[in-house]
Design a protein around this ligand. Structure first.
Ligand SMILES: *Cc1c(COP(=O)(O)O)cnc(C)c1O
Length: 401
């Protein structure tokens, strides 16, 4: 997408607004698929929680992607987008039996990550195939909030509990058709990932009726200049080789599955905001924009660095700005970053705003959630309306006081 296209969208639809480039989503999807072309059966389950607009789900599904969901509501969004139940995997954590029952009724693939739930579920549904989420205890990245494979993580069944797991499977006669792991976001070192995958292969040998192995996600995309990214082609080559060797030994062509969220949609997204004012303090020049962590929380929540460009004046001399929001809370998007000289009223674009941006937005400070636009076939199409005051009060019940 060109900056002029983005600027036109901000003019036509107002700010703040999220924009997604469909072409980038598809090219990322295809790049991942291509990296694993040596594997006969590949299944990509796009992680809905990254960006859950039904048009995005539909677009990906039309291109061959399946879905990874973490709540019954995400399953329903998938169905709404026209995705078949058998193309949806449900990988919840800590949900009620009622929610699992509802998912069984819909007919999606169930993934279980707790021994007590497995035992209960297996007793009631010995014939419903389940996938088991293993925790290989491998630290994927440096950030403890987004590494879900370590020893104290709430996710997955520890590999150290394998004997217990096998006893439950034998006792309930449950049908295990898949083994899964998701070590967390940000694979910085391919060897670490391959090490975790070896643990998954070792576990998988214990199950005789498998159909797939799911390696989760954690593919890292670059967020700023000189940022590291997962070398997907190298990972594809190395893991495919190991996977094909495993299938041969296992005696069956299994499906290799992944559940990427960030990798597919992060770089497709732009978040456009308007600069309300410039404020010069003793040591800092602040650019105040018409947003805050109510719309994009990643910088404050994970310390994420989103590149910010001034699309109104790309050519101007760069100066240092601290970009902050308009809510009553410290909401620093970027600290002393070089941005082309800003004039009040300019439109700034946050890059990498496709994953975990709109989907984590809230109404804090009683602000409206932004509109969403899909840039598709060189055309801007509204895929979610900006909220209005009625949205803020529609569930509030006014009682007589
Ligand atoms: C969030 C999540 C993903 C997606 O992770 P990304 O880092 O966005 O690729 C995949 N699988 C599970 C189980 C998840 O919870």
């Amino acid at each position: 997408m060109k900056n002029t296209d983005l600027l036109k969208i901000a003019e036509d639809f107002g700010s703040p607004v999220y924009v997604y480039d469909s072409q980038k989503i598809i090219s990322q999807y295809n790049r991942l698929k291509n990296a694993f072309k040596e594997v006969k059966k590949l299944r990509i389950n796009y992680a809905v929680k990254a960006l859950s607009n039904i048009n995005i789900l539909k677009l990906l599904n039309q291109n061959g992607s399946c879905l990874d969901t973490v709540s019954i509501q995400e399953i329903k969004l998938g169905l709404q987008a026209g995705v078949a139940p058998e193309d949806i995997i449900f990988t919840p954590n800590g949900v009620s039996m009622e929610e699992l029952e509802e998912a069984v009724k819909i007919g999606v693939q169930i993934n279980i990550d707790n021994l007590s739930v497995l035992e209960k579920f297996g007793t009631v549904h010995p014939n419903v195939p389940v996938c088991i989420r293993i925790n290989p205890h491998v630290m994927a990245g440096g950030n403890a909030n987004i590494s879900v494979g370590h020893i104290d993580s709430k996710f997955g069944i520890s590999i150290h509990q394998l004997p217990h797991l096998l006893r439950i499977v034998e006792n309930t006669n449950i049908n295990v058709n898949g083994i899964h792991m998701h070590t967390g976001s940000d694979i910085l070192d391919i060897e670490v990932f391959l090490h975790a995958s070896q643990i998954l292969f070792d576990v998988a040998e214990n199950f005789k009726d498998l159909e797939f192995l799911d390696f989760g996600s954690g593919f890292k995309v670059p967020y700023h200049e000189n940022d590291i990214e997962t070398n997907i082609e190298e990972l594809g080559k190395k893991l495919s080789k190991k996977f094909n060797a495993f299938c041969k030994e296992y005696g069956k062509e299994l499906t290799l599955a992944f559940e990427p969220g960030k990798y597919i949609v992060s770089e497709s997204g732009y978040f456009l905001v308007k600069v309300n004012s410039i404020k010069q303090t003793t040591s800092t020049v602040f650019a105040h924009v018409d947003s805050g962590f109510n719309h994009l929380i990643r910088p404050m929540f994970y310390g994420a660095q989103h590149e910010i460009i001034n699309i109104s004046h790309t050519k101007k001399h760069k100066r240092f700005y601290t970009v902050v929001g308009y809510i009553c809370e410290t909401d620093t998007f970027a600290n002393n970053k070089r941005i082309a000289e800003i004039t009040e009223g300019d439109i700034l674009a946050f890059k990498n705003a496709g994953a975990y941006c709109f989907s984590m937005a809230s109404n804090y400070n009683s602000r409206y959630r932004p509109a969403e636009i899909l840039w598709h076939n060189n055309q801007a199409q509204l895929i979610r309306e900006r909220e209005i005051f009625e949205d803020l009060i529609k569930n509030q019940v006014e009682i007589s006081l």
